[in-house]
Design a protein. Sequence first.
Length: 321
Amino acid sequence: MVADAPGSAFPHRHLLAIEGLHPPALLAVLDLADTYVEQNRDADKKRALLRGRTLMNLFFEASTRTRTSFELAGKRLGADVINMAVSTSSVAKGETLIDTAMTLNAMQVDVLVIRHAESGAVKLIADKVNCAVINAGDGTHEHPTQALLDALTIRRRTGRISGLRVANCGDIAHSRVARSNIHLLNALGARVRVVAPRTLLPAAIERLGCEAFDDMRAGIEGCDIVMMLRLQTERMHGALVPSIREFFRFFGLDYAKLAAARAEAIIMHPGPMNRGVEIDSEVADDIHRSVIREQVEMGVAVRMACLDLLTRNLLANARPS
Ligand code: ASP
C-alpha cells in the first residue's frame, strides 16, 4: 500500500472525507481551484498536465453534476477519462464491490472516482487499490468535493469564510453534503447552523460543531449563507415529513422566510433541486441572491485542483525512497 505524501500541499493519498483534513490542505485545494476557474473561462481550456493518466468514474448511484464535472475536469487536464456504466457492467452479474475495484486497479488506472449508496464503501475500496481514490459521495457519510466547491463559491462571493454565519437547511439526517460542509466550514472558521424538522435532525448533531434549529426563521436569522438541501427520499425508511406541502410551508425557502437572513445573504443548493419542495422557484432563480449556477462552475475547477494535487502525490510515491 502506498502511503500518504508528507510535504506536499495536499499530503494525502486519497480524498475520502473532509473530516480530518487540516486548513492548509483545504486552502491548497481552494487556492489552486481559483487558478482553474480562470483557465476554464479561456477559449483554450485544455492542458497536458495529466497526459498519460487514466481517470475512471465508477458511479453506483445516479449523478448529473458530479460525474460530468469529474469527466470535464479530467479531460481539461489531458487525462483519458472512462465512465463505467455500472448497470451494464459485471456488477449487474453479482460481482462484489472489491472484485470490481481490483479489476479496475489491475488496468493501471491512476484515479478512481467513486459514488456508492453505502457509507464507508469508498474507503473500503481505497484501502485495497494502488491508485488515488476520490469519494464522489458515499451514502449519508460525506461528499468532500461538494463541500470544497461550496467553500470556493462562498469565498469568491464574499471574500472570506471565517466568521460567516452559514445555515444548512432541509434533510440534514440523510445529507452527506451537510456533513462535509459542517466539517469544512468549521475548519475554516465559519459559524455553522443546521435547520430541519426534528425527524430530519440527527440526535447529537451539535457534536459535529454546529447549532441545531427546528424552526426555519430562527435558524436562518442573521445568516450570510443559506444552503438548501433536497429531501433524500431514496434513503428514507418510512414517511419522515407529513407531506411535501407541509414541508414546503414550514421549511421551504421562499422570500418570506428569507427575510430573516441578512439582506445580502446568498442562497446555495448542491442540486438536484426539487422546486416547490425545499426551495421556491423564484428564489432559486433570483440572479442577485442565488449562486446555484456558480456552484456548478466551481465544481469543475475544484475537481481539477483535486486531480492535480492527488496525481502529484502519485508521482512523489513513484520515486524510489
Ligand atoms: N448531489 C448531492 C449528493 O449526491 C445532493 C443530492 O443528491 O441531493 O449528495
